[in-house]
Every structure is written in structure tokens, then in C-alpha cells.
Design a protein around this ligand. Structure first.
Ligand SMILES: [Cu+2]
Length: 744
């Protein structure tokens, strides 16, 4: 009985196992098979096709979004919604060595008032640089609400180029606005606080800062290097209002900034004529120019429009004619009327702190109820058309803000928050797509990742009158608010830097090191290592220092080829650098831990990637060495063995050289120089061989002297260089073969 039960069990298991593998495998599934199997509707498939990016296909737009509190920027593609890059902005980011190498750490430290690096940032509403109101694809800007900083990113290489600490504000609104020719980057305070370390609430202030932006007309080889200039920037002092979303005027309203201001249950939209402020008297406060409130009022540069609700957002229409405040009601204000009211002092009264108030009805073009709890609007490419997110109603509403008329609406499965249309904040919004941040989404539909969830952003197809929700993107490490996007082709990313570039300044680094010039310099306990990185070698390979030395590795990536980034780390020393082709960066640390510490390349750069290694020897305090001169006399037999090894190696070297020669001949015959990427690879291979020259001189010299061990070791070194050159050369050949196939 027992036995048969057991037998039955075994049989059952065998049966189950066989059953589970005996499901017929469809050799070739059709689209209909997949649809059926996965329970997909035609609408699902259509949505998938609309966002699918075929191999080699490129997205139409680059989207950028601040991660909320992670302090990094996410770059993604539209319509595929694929994430391309995380870029360190306000917080250290190890992949790019941001906040780890000396160059970026210095930049972040400079943005600190007291030499402390804030290791996170609250960044919500980015802005792109503009020329004549259109995105020029050169820069992006962010505000750090929590640590009062402002940042500039270069879009030539998607790197942070400048971070400044606000000299007055303790709390900043986590968004920025850019004027139509990027003359100013505008940043405001958010929660009122004191500017002088006082804790007396009667001293609290708010303000609007105009960061002067200097943009050199031409790009250098390493990209555009515009900078915000603190000495030419200034702040408008305001009474302690809580300031919210704001936007800059355009064209006929250029010179104005408008935004949300609330205090004591009263709600306003401010209008500020900053051209009038440029000429106003400035007071220096913490070495920063301030236009005090009374000066601004004397210049008639500020007025508040009182509204009956707390606006969630104020945005300027693409042509600069209207500014639209949204909330429980949507008020469309006419800039010409507001400007006229300010200039002719047509005020209905004053706030209790003396700011002139304009009656909303005097400057309003119209108002419209779009639904319950409007959070945001985004502009459409059609004239006077915008989309609104109606939070409580789960709706997107398309409306005409000139005629005050609803055109269309889409009911969503979630509560919509912030919106974005491609190029929507520029003078030329594009069509087809609308992104919507999903707040209080129906999480039942998503995989749970525990109590903290990613942010979700939906892609809405707005290419026809019938809007449809076609994709849900999950954004990890992000608490998402606003995003912006630009036509991908407007941005012209570089693929390499001129050799030896300090990428943060755009200048040639004083620590640039070229092949053959690697060295270690010591002054007392200060050690500078000037090294190079190239497939598949880190030079120097051995560095010896004493415990307690202050050591800096200045490394230059010598690669000319595309996408040949090397990483660099020294085990347990907690330092990490990223070296894109041409970049020079430095890593400084105190060698306070004695022992042997391998260093290596952390990026998978080539097949011989793991050969990119070396070792840091930190000699313990009082280290005397192993004794002896290290010169050990070789026996006759040993010497003969080395001689044999040497001669064998020479044969291998000759064979390898034959391979190299044949590859070189082939490359030349096929005009490799006409293909930039192949040419760059060949350049790298030649570099490798040039480095080998010295090794060859050495082995020939030692061979002539009969020092067979040294001769063999140098021949081996020469062979290593040769193999690496051959490796790169063969890659060039493969690539050129592919190119030639393509052009057939
Ligand atoms: Cu590498």
C-alpha cells in the first residue's frame, strides 16, 4: 500500500512535469495569436504601435523632468517614453562621477554658502533656453526649492555646468522661467523667511530674482558655455507672500513676469515689469543687488491682480497675449490691459503692505469653469487652444481661451496633475502628444513595489479630436511634477570632447595628460598622478604612495571613438569617476588606509575591459621594504630560458604585426578615412602602437646587452600594446565592412 502510494505520487509528478512542458510551442505566432493570448484589444495594439520605436528608430522629442527630491534630471523620449539618462544636478550621482570628481565637487561646493554640499534637491519645473521665444536646444535650467539653488545644464553633453546658491532666499519655488532670449533666468522665493538670519517674523520677506545670463554666441569645441552672472543679477524685494507658479512674458509682453502670490487668505496674480527694475536703484544685500519694495513701487514696476481663488498655475500664452490663471475658475487675463492699467496707474486699491491692486475685471479677457480642481494647463499648436487637467473630475479638457469655450474632453482612469505638450512653453507648441502626471492613479492596475511607488506619467494622443490615453510610463526615483520637451533635432549633442577637457568649465584642463606623458609627481606628502585611459590600459599601472599622503589621480580618456567612456575606481577608497572620450577629471583622497588597492575601469568599454586595471600600493607608516636591492642573479639556465622566451615572443610579435598590416592595408584600400567613426577607431589603434615604440626600443636595447629577462619582459609589454591595437583595428574593420554593406 505504502509503496503504491509512493509510486502513484512519483507518477503524478512525472505526469505533471511532462504536462507542463508538453504545451505546444508556437513556432510562428501571428499578431492575432498574441492579441488573443494576452487579452489585448485593437485599441491596445494601436496604442502600442503608436509608441513603439523600431530598432534604430529615434524619438521625435526629448523630454526632461526634475525628479522632485532626488536632485537629478531624467531625459526621456517621446513617444516611446523610454528613459535615456539620469543627470546629476543638485545631488551627487556616482555613474557620472558627479560630486565625486574634483571638478564637479568644486562646482557643487561653490554653490554652498558654508562649504557644505546639500546632497539632494527639490526640482520640479524646468525651463529650456530660448531665442526669440523658441527653444534653442542649448541649455536647461532648474531651481532647487529645498536648498535654494539654481542650476544650468548644457545640452551639448547633458551635463550640469553651473550651480549657484541663492544669496538671500532660504526657500525657493522649485521652478524657473526663462525670458524670450534667455537674458534672465527667473527664480522666486516660495515660503517667506528672513534674509538676514533673523527669526523675527516681522522681518520676513519674499522676492523675485532675475539671474543675468551671459551666452557666448558661438559654441567652443566642447560645447556652449553660457553662465549666469551673479554680479549682474538682482532681486525684487516683496512683502512676505507665499509665491507659486510663475511665467515670463513674450513678444508684446516681453519684460513682464507674472505668477501666483497668496497671503492671509487673499489670492493674487502678480505682474512685474522687470525692464523698469533694471533702471531702478539697487541696494547691496549679502553682495547681491536688491531693488527694495519702495524703489520698485516708485518705478511703478509691480501690481497685484486680486482673484477670488488660489491659483494653481499662471502661464503665458505662446504668442504672449494672455496670461491664464487656473484653479477653481480659469481666468484669462489680457497682457495689454494689465500693462495699460499698470502704466496708467489704474488701480482699485492697495494691499495692506502698499502694493497697488488691479481689479481682475479691468484686465480680464474672460473666464471659464472647466471643472472641479484645475491643476495645470498646456498649450496646443492650434491658436488660442489649451488643455487643462481637471483633478477632481478625472478629466482632460481642451478649450479655447479666446472664445471661452470647451472643445473636447477625455475621461481618465486617474486624477490628472501636471501637463506638458511638446515645445508647449515656447512660442511654437507642437501637436500630437500631451503628457499627464498621474496622481492618485488606480494603483490596482500597476505592479506594487511596496509603500513607495514610482511616479506615473501618461501619454495622451491628441493628434485627432478624439483624445486617447496610449501609454503609462513609470518613473523610478522620481516624485514628478512638471516636464518640458523639445524637438530632438533641436539639440545637437557632441560625441566627444577635445582631448583634455574639463567638462564643467569647457576649458582645457591643466591636468590634461597625453600618451607617453604619464607621470607621478610628489612634493612632500602631496602626490599627483597624471594618468591616461584607453582600451585596454590604465597608465600608470602601479602607483606607490605612503600612508597619509594626499593623492590625486588626474586621468584623461584618450579615446577618440564614440561611446568609449571609461570609469575609474580605487577599491574601498569610495572614489568614482566617469571619463567620457576626451574628458580629464581628477579624484583626490587621503591615502589613510595602508595596503594594496586595485583600481580598474568600471565601464564595460570593450572585450578587453577587465584588463584596464592597476594597483595602488599604500605603504604603511614606518615601512622599510623587503630588504635587498631586488637584483637577483640569474643562473645560466634561467638566462637561456629567458632568451628562448624572448625569441619565441619575437615570432609572435611578427605574426601579430602581419595581421595588423593586413588590416591596415584593407582599411586604406576601402578608404576608412571617409567614415568618421571608423577613422576615430583607427586613430585610437595608432595611438596604442605609438605608445609601444618605447617598449620596442627597450627590448632591443636589453637584447643587445644580453639582459634576456628584461628583453623578454619588454617584448611582452610591446606585445600587449600590439594586441590592443589589433583589437581596435579589427573592430574598425568590422565596422567599415558593415558601413560598406549598408551603402551597397
Ligand atoms: Cu574601460
Amino acid at each position: 500500500m505504502m509503496l503504491s502510494t509512493k509510486r502513484f505520487l512519483v507518477l503524478s509528478i512525472v505526469f505533471l512535469l511532462t504536462a507542463s512542458v508538453s504545451v505546444p510551442v508556437n513556432a510562428q505566432q501571428t499578431l492575432n495569436d498574441v492579441k488573443k493570448e494576452r487579452g489585448l484589444t485593437d485599441a491596445d495594439v494601436l496604442a502600442a504601435v503608436k509608441t513603439f520605436m523600431p530598432r534604430g528608430g529615434r524619438d521625435e522629442y526629448f523630454g526632461i523632468v526634475g525628479t522632485g527630491n532626488s536632485g537629478t534630471m531624467i531625459v526621456y523620449g517621446i513617444p516611446s517614453m523610454r528613459i535615456y539618462k539620469y543627470v546629476g544636478v543638485f545631488s551627487p550621482e556616482p555613474w557620472q562621477g558627479y560630486g565625486f570628481d574634483d571638478e564637479s565637487s568644486l562646482m557643487l561646493k561653490k554653490a554652498s554658502l558654508d562649504d557644505r554640499i546639500s546632497e539632494y534637491g527639490d526640482m520640479r519645473f524646468p525651463a529650456f533656453a530660448e531665442t526669440d521665444g523658441k527653444y534653442n536646444g542649448k541649455y536647461a535650467f532648474f531651481s532647487d526649492g529645498a536648498n535654494s539653488r539654481v542650476a544650468l545644464l548644457g545640452l551639448d553633453d547633458f551635463e550640469t555646468k553651473q550651480v549657484l546658491s541663492h544669496p538671500l532666499f532660504i526657500s525657493c519655488y522649485p521652478g524657473v522661467a526663462v525670458t524670450q532670449n534667455t537674458n534672465y533666468i527667473i527664480q522666486t522665493s516660495q515660503f517667506p523667511s528672513s534674509w538676514d538670519k533673523s527669526i523675527d517674523p516681522t522681518q520676513f520677506k519674499s522676492g523675485i530674482t532675475f539671474w543675468f545670463f551671459d551666452d557666448p554666441k558661438k559654441a567652443s569645441k566642447s560645447g556652449h558655455i553660457g553662465r549666469m552672472l551673479k554680479e549682474k543679477s538682482f532681486t525684487l524685494e516683496l512683502p512676505p507672500y507665499t509665491l507659486g507658479y510663475f511665467d515670463a512674458g513674450k513678444f508684446s509682453s516681453n519684460g513682464f513676469v507674472t505668477g501666483v502670490a497668496d497671503k492671509d487668505g487673499k489670492h493674487y496674480v502678480y505682474v512685474v515689469d522687470y525692464k523698469k527694475l533694471e533702471g531702478a536703484k539697487k541696494t547691496s544685500f549679502n553682495n547681491f543687488g536688491v531693488v527694495e519694495l519702495n524703489e520698485a513701487l516708485n518705478a511703478n514696476a509691480v501690481a497685484f491682480i486680486e482673484i477670488p481663488y488660489a491659483a494653481k498655475s499662471v502661464k503665458v500664452s505662446p504668442k504672449g497675449i494672455y496670461f491664464i490663471a487656473v484653479g477653481d475658475d480659469t481666468y484669462v487675463f489680457d497682457f495689454a490691459k494689465a500693462k495699460n492699467a499698470l502704466d496708467s496707474k489704474k488701480f482699485s486699491g492697495k494691499t495692506d503692505d502698499g502694493i497697488p491692486v488691479i481689479a481682475a475685471n479691468d484686465v480680464k479677457h474672460g473666464d471659464i469653469k472647466l471643472g472641479s480642481g484645475v491643476i495645470d494647463i498646456a498649450f496646443d499648436y492650434r491658436d488660442n487652444t489649451a488643455f487643462a487637467s481637471v483633478f477632481n473630475d478625472h478629466k482632460i479638457v481642451r478649450f479655447n481661451y479666446d472664445k471661452m469655450k470647451k472643445d473636447a474632453e477625455l475621461t481618465l482612469s486617474f486624477k490628472p496633475a501636471y501637463l506638458m505638450t511638446p515645445q508647449g512653453m515656447s512660442a511654437e507648441p507642437h501637436s500630437n502628444y500631451l503628457t499627464v502626471v498621474d496622481k492618485e492613479g488606480l494603483y490596482d492596475n500597476f505592479v506594487s513595489t511596496g509603500p513607495i511607488r514610482p511616479s506615473f506619467q501618461h501619454l495622451i494622443d491628441i493628434s485627432s479630436d478624439k483624445m486617447s490615453d496610449i501609454y503609462t510610463m513609470s518613473l523610478p526615483q522620481a516624485n514628478m511634477y512638471g516636464s518640458e520637451s523639445v524637438l530632438r533635432t533641436t539639440i545637437k549633442p557632441i560625441i566627444r570632447y577635445p582631448t583634455g577637457t574639463n567638462t564643467r568649465t569647457g576649458e582645457t584642463s591643466r591636468y590634461k595628460t597625453v600618451a607617453g606623458m604619464e607621470k607621478v609627481e610628489r612634493q612632500g606628502n602631496r602626490v599627483h598622478v597624471f594618468g591616461t585611459l584607453i582600451r585596454s590600459h590604465i597608465t600608470p599601472e602601479i602607483v606607490e604612495v605612503n600612508e597619509g599622503d594626499i593623492v590625486t589621480f588626474h586621468l584623461t580618456n584618450l579615446e577618440l571613438a564614440e561611446d568609449e567612456t571609461h570609469g575609474f575606481t580605487i577599491d574601498t577608497y569610495g572614489k568614482h569617476g566617469s571619463f567620457e572620450p576626451g574628458k580629464t577629471a581628477s579624484l583626490t583622497f587621503v591615502a589613510d588606509r595602508p595596503g594594496a588597492f586595485p583600481y580598474y575601469c568600471t565601464e564595460f568599454c570593450s572585450a578587453l575591459h577587465l584588463e584596464m586595471e592597476g594597483i595602488l600600493m599604500v605603504k604603511p607608516k614606518g615601512y622599510k621594504g623587503t630588504g635587498g636591492s631586488g637584483e637577483i642573479k640569474l643562473t645560466k639556465e634561467e638566462l637561456a630560458a629567458y632568451k628562448k622566451n624572448y625569441e619565441d615572443k619575437l615570432v609572435v610579435i611578427q605574426q601579430t604585426q602581419d595581421v595588423i598590416n593586413s588590416v591596415v592595408t584593407w582599411l586604406k584600400e576601402n578608404h576608412y578615412e571617409n567614415y568618421p567613426y571608423v577613422k576615430a577607431l583607427v586613430g585610437d589603434a595608432v595611438d596604442q602602437l605609438n605608445k609601444a615604440t618605447k617598449a620596442k626600443e627597450n627590448y632591443e636595447k636589453y637584447a643587445a646587452e644580453g639582459k634576456w629577462k628584461d628583453a623578454f619582459l619588454w617584448a611582452e609589454q610591446y606585445f600587449q600594446y600590439q594586441v590592443k591595437a589589433a583589437d581596435v583595428g579589427l573592430r574598425a574593420k568590422t565596422l567599415l565592412t558593415e558601413k560598406l554593406e549598408e551603402t551597397k
